[in-house]
Design a protein around this ligand. Structure first.
Ligand SMILES: *[C@@H]1O[C@H](CO)[C@@H](O)[C@H](O)[C@H]1NC(C)=O
Ligand SMILES: *[C@@H]1O[C@H](CO)[C@@H](O)[C@H](O)[C@H]1NC(C)=O
Ligand SMILES: *[C@@H]1O[C@H](CO)[C@@H](O)[C@H](O)[C@H]1NC(C)=O
Length: 388
């Protein structure tokens, strides 16, 4: 044990020296917690596992992660109880059994909702104490039945102030139910986390500006996971842009702004787990000779509905002999070949984002999604910034 601690200590020193000697980026008006790099609590290195793709859970290399989320389970729109579909009946056991005996061990959570799920169901469920209770009980029952370590809510998105107020009630009642459940079963409390908009104030995708309930998040959640991507896309804009800009001098649509707004809203850095995309977004250029960020576009580019996974982008770039550029302003990469244009993250930009997260002493980061990396190239970058 003593020897183990000594080794850990030496490793931390080595990592500290390494991190210090590497380039650090300015997080200007946010309050950085440097030079402390490693927080005293466990860092989170999370990743979502989409049950609807064919990447086997058993092939997840757990040395790169601490928490893996099953994505997604859905509530029934009438009863608000979690509906275990036929797919889930085979995929949940695959997930749990595939990860159960892995070394190093990881914690498992299931995520409820996702970008494709009807936000009105969550809004209706969150409206009354009775329906919240039905939903909460059902989530705990599912977690205990299958042996998950935690529950994640991915409601995209609360549409107005009323939804946000109900979300605060939901978080509070959920937390209380989890504490009670832990007491009754004499087991560790289930984790409670939530994927949220990249910024604490939502000004798009709904009726009115509305602020997430920072106070309830601070009190009741283990952490929230701002989704720091999907900033620009060919499905809704006719000019190219960075999928996940760290900085944008011309707008508030950036991770720097978003994470800063979360901290200002009263959610402490140790309750923030920053989202990183393992995919890019693609455009069809209007003119192949006009190919910078902000270039006119006429539609979606190659891939899947204007998105492309990191491993497919590497393949595309090679096959098409694409021109690859790093944009230091947004801290992101883009490539183009003919009239195809792709915005994405690669090792260089991911490192800078991890340095940013680490300099603010955030709890950690997560990836959307497993199965999209190329031989763990991107996934392994976080090891030196957030320890287990
Ligand atoms: C619930 O799951 C069952 C079993 O797979 C499925 O047939 C049904 O359509 C689901 N209901 C909803 C509302 O998703
Ligand atoms: C882009 O869309 C806007 C409004 O949706 C339109 O006014 C503009 O002409 C479009 N630009 C191009 C280059 O298609
Ligand atoms: C950016 O956010 C700040 C405050 O957070 C606000 O005052 C400003 O108007 C926003 N700018 C834009 C372009 O939305």
């Amino acid at each position: 044990m003593a020897a183990q601690n000594l080794i850990r200590f030496v490793v931390i020193i080595i990592l500290r020296v390494f991190v210090k000697s590497s380039e650090s980026i300015s997080s200007d008006n946010l309050s950085p917690a440097s030079p402390r790099r490693f927080p005293p609590y466990q860092g989170v290195r999370g990743a979502y596992w989409p049950s609807f793709t064919d990447f086997p859970a058993a092939s997840i290399d757990t040395k790169y992660f601490t928490h893996i989320y099953y994505a997604f389970l859905l509530p029934d729109p009438q009863s608000y109880k979690i509906n275990i579909t036929e797919l889930d009946q085979t995929k949940i056991p695959e997930f749990i059994n595939g990860l159960r005996y892995k070394y190093p061990p990881v914690k498992t959570l299931f995520s409820i909702g996702g970008g494709g799920y009807d936000p009105n169901v969550f809004a209706a469920m969150a409206k009354t104490r009775r329906t919240r209770k039905v939903f909460i009980s059902s989530t705990i029952q599912v977690a205990r039945h299958y042996g998950f370590d935690g529950i994640d809510l991915d409601w995209e998105f609360p549409a107005n102030k009323k939804d946000m107020a109900n979300l605060a009630l939901l978080y509070g009642e959920w937390y209380e139910a989890l504490v009670l459940d832990a007491k009754i079963h004499r087991k560790p409390r289930l984790l409670l986390t939530s994927a949220v908009y990249y910024a604490s104030l939502m000004v798009r995708l709904g009726d009115e500006p509305r602020l997430y309930p920072g106070e309830a998040i601070r009190k009741y959640l283990d952490w929230v996971s701002p989704m720091c991507y999907d900033y620009h896309g060919s499905s809704w804009e006719n000019f190219t842009g960075a999928n996940a800009a760290l900085y944008d001098p011309n707008s508030n649509i950036s991770t720097h702004y978003g994470i800063g707004s979360w901290i200002k809203s009263g959610v402490p850095p140790e309750k923030l787990v920053m989202g990183l995309p393992l995919y890019g977004r693609t455009w069809q250029l209007k003119d192949p000779n006009v190919h910078g960020i902000g270039a006119p576009a006429v539609g979606i580019g190659p891939g899947d509905d204007g998105t492309m996974d990191y491993n497919r982008i590497m393949e595309f770039n090679k096959k098409n002999d694409a021109t690859i550029l790093y944009d230091a302003v947004s801290v992101s990469y883009y490539s183009y070949a003919g009239d195809s244009w792709i915005s994405y993250d690669d090792v260089g930009s991911i490192k800078k984002k991890l340095q940013f997260a680490s300099s603010l002493a955030l709890r950690g980061y997560f990836f959307w999604a497993l199965g999209q990396d190329e031989d763990w190239t991107i996934s392994r970058q976080g090891l030196k910034y957030f320890h287990k």
